[in-house]
Write a new protein. Structure first.
Length: 105
């Protein structure tokens, strides 16, 4: 499985509206692409929050092909929508990881 991680720092004034928009609009649209099995949204703790709050959104794809198809067919549009709505209110970086092992308690 492939973990696609987007880390975003969103400014204080926008973060509540941004989080609501993510839950109601953006995350459902991401899942509707059919390329991800699940997602997790987390707020980073113990970080410098002077400029805003930092969140990590992780999407789990079944394989690298699904991730690549997302990148080719959907990523630019999804990122455009986010950027147009929150321009100058966030910074983001993306990373991908191969899941080596998953467990539970």
């Amino acid at each position: 499985m492939i973990l696609y991680n987007v880390t975003i720092q969103i400014d204080h004034a926008s973060h509540k509206e941004w989080l609501a928009w993510m839950k109601v609009v953006h995350l459902p649209e991401m899942m509707q692409t059919g390329k991800f099995a699940e997602y997790t949204i987390s707020r980073l703790l113990g970080t410098d929050e002077t400029e805003g709050f930092t969140y990590s959104i992780q999407y789990l794809a079944h394989d690298f092909t699904a991730y690549q198809e997302y990148q080719e067919k959907h990523a630019s549009e999804m990122q455009r929508k986010h950027h147009e709505r929150y321009q100058d209110k966030y910074v983001a970086f993306r990373s991908i990881m191969k899941v080596v092992e998953r467990g539970d308690s």
